[in-house]
Write a protein that binds this ligand. Structure first.
Ligand code: HPA
Ligand code: ZN
Length: 342
């Protein structure tokens, strides 16, 4: 629907679930490989793109970690984030909360200073030039052990003032949130909030663990909650936001097609659903495309699209005054485009 496209474009949006390493487009990957003398396993951009045919989360992660190997210098991390932020400015995205995976880089001997400062260089410029506000969230790789996670958290401490929360990502099955209870307790004692991927491929019990043992402020993905009515009720009663990533879920075969995605059912269950892009370079679309594909496949109303955009700001780590400002801007766009909201 042409009209919904205009609405999605015009709405101020927030992105809360975005892995910066997952914004590495094939063209930039080849450029950085050339610059840094890294040999890629693919002959060219087309061959690489043809490999973006994933059968599950792990088959994606294998390629995603291999691709991240081209990121070597502070300037590389700046270039990566700058490309993403330029797109966000063009899409009227006003606020981003960005994940990065410290262990993916420190394991290759890259200094955390180069990772963090390179990202902050790009984020500061985007804030100055485009008014995009931001938060940075380092994530623990859950397929690695607790000792590696604790060491990583200790190495992040010099940049604590740059971070808002600690996250948990990577291979979900067999790596429950409880494995990192002590790591996340330590993060909270340092003043960080916590978030965790749970209920993407893993069972609803992982969502419960993330709430009880990691004391998360949001659940990343969480779509499998509907398999357990008690977990769904708990999320609803807590007003716990879910950062849902529709194109990711279809590409990683959590759902067979977009028409079968449960985002509409999550909303009907009274949950605080937000729309996000996860790893847009790999999953075929950035934030607006996630809104568009979902709205089209699930026949979402204009008012629902507006509500999803508003949830993005409500569920963010912005302060209350900034949230109110963005919600006011959303209401103004809805009024201008004649969308009746509740
Ligand atoms: N799930 C888990 N880990 C990840 C993802 C994801 O969708 N993207 C990048 N790391
Ligand atoms: Zn993710």
């Amino acid at each position: 629907m042409g009209d919904q496209l205009a609405l999605i474009r015009a709405l101020p949006k927030a992105e809360l679930h975005l892995h910066i390493e997952g914004t590495l487009e094939p063209e930039l990957m080849f450029e950085l490989a050339r610059r840094n003398g890294v040999k890629l396993a693919f002959a060219d951009v087309d061959e690489l793109r043809r490999a973006y045919d994933f059968k599950d989360l792990q088959s994606f992660l294998d390629l995603y970690y291999a691709g991240a190997d081209v990121l070597r210098t502070r300037a590389d991390f700046d270039a990566l984030a700058s490309a993403y932020l330029a797109r966000m400015a063009a899409e009227n995205v006003r606020h981003v909360e960005i994940f990065f995976d410290p262990q993916t880089h420190t394991a290759r001997g890259i200094a955390l200073a180069d990772v963090v400062e390179g990202l902050v260089d790009a984020l500061s410029r985007a804030e100055r030039d485009h008014g995009i506000t931001w938060r940075l969230i380092p994530c623990i790789l859950r397929h690695l052990d607790e000792a590696d996670a604790l060491g990583t958290l200790a190495r992040l401490e010099p940049w604590l003032h740059r971070f808002t929360a600690l996250g948990l990502d990577s291979s979900e099955r067999g790596h429950p949130p409880s494995k990192f209870a002590r790591v996340f307790a330590r993060a909270r004692s340092l003043g960080l909030k916590t978030v965790a991927h749970a209920g993407e491929e893993g069972p609803p019990a992982y969502i419960t663990e993330a709430i009880d043992q990691l004391q998360v402020a949001r659940i990343d993905h969480g779509v499998r909650c509907l398999e357990d009515p008690a977990v769904t009720r708990r999320l609803r009663d807590l007003g716990m936001p879910l950062t849902v990533c529709p194109l990711s879920n279809v590409r990683l075969r959590v759902f067979p097609t977009m028409a079968r995605h449960n985002l509409g059912a999550l909303l009907e269950a009274g949950l605080v659903v937000t729309v996000n892009s996860d790893d847009p370079a790999y999953f075929g679309g950035y934030l607006s495309e996630n809104y568009q594909a979902t709205a089209a496949a699930l026949d979402l109303s204009d008012a629902t699209i507006v509500a999803l955009a508003a949830n993005g700001f409500r569920a963010s780590f912005l302060d209350p005054a900034a949230k109110q400002r963005h919600l006011g801007d959303i209401a103004a766009v809805a009024r201008r485009l004649g969308v009746a909201i509740g």
